[in-house]
Design a protein around this ligand. Structure first.
Ligand SMILES: [Zn+2]
Length: 104
């Protein structure tokens, strides 16, 4: 996960129907290389009725490939490809190439 996108990051969509949109990462599936981003890649899903809920059509966020996402720097609000900076204790920190902001 060197240049990884993490949960709660703001990302931009690079391709597909939602190209150019931005959203917050709500879930990551590292083994599948996919992430769920708020309000991005919405699909309609048919839901069977259960005791708690009526059935019908629900809109949900489908996982999108990480390769279609680019991290947005929280400070300069630019889509960036962060570089890694390693701290003394060996933990990696993502750093914006544009403004130098450290992104946790
Ligand atoms: Zn920046």
């Amino acid at each position: 996960m060197a240049l990884g996108i993490k949960k709660k990051d703001t990302v931009a969509v690079l391709s597909g129907e939602d190209k150019g949109k931005r959203g917050e990462v709500v879930r990551i599936f590292p083994d599948k290389g996919r992430a769920v981003v708020a309000k991005i890649n919405l699909v309609k899903k048919h839901v069977r009725p259960t005791r708690e809920k009526k059935g019908g059509i629900e809109t949900i966020e489908a996982p999108i490939a990480l390769s279609k996402l680019q991290l947005i720097c929280p400070k300069c609000s630019q889509p960036i490809r962060p570089k890694m900076q390693f701290l003394a204790d060996g933990t990696g920190m993502r750093v914006c190439r544009k403004c130098g902001e450290q992104i946790l």
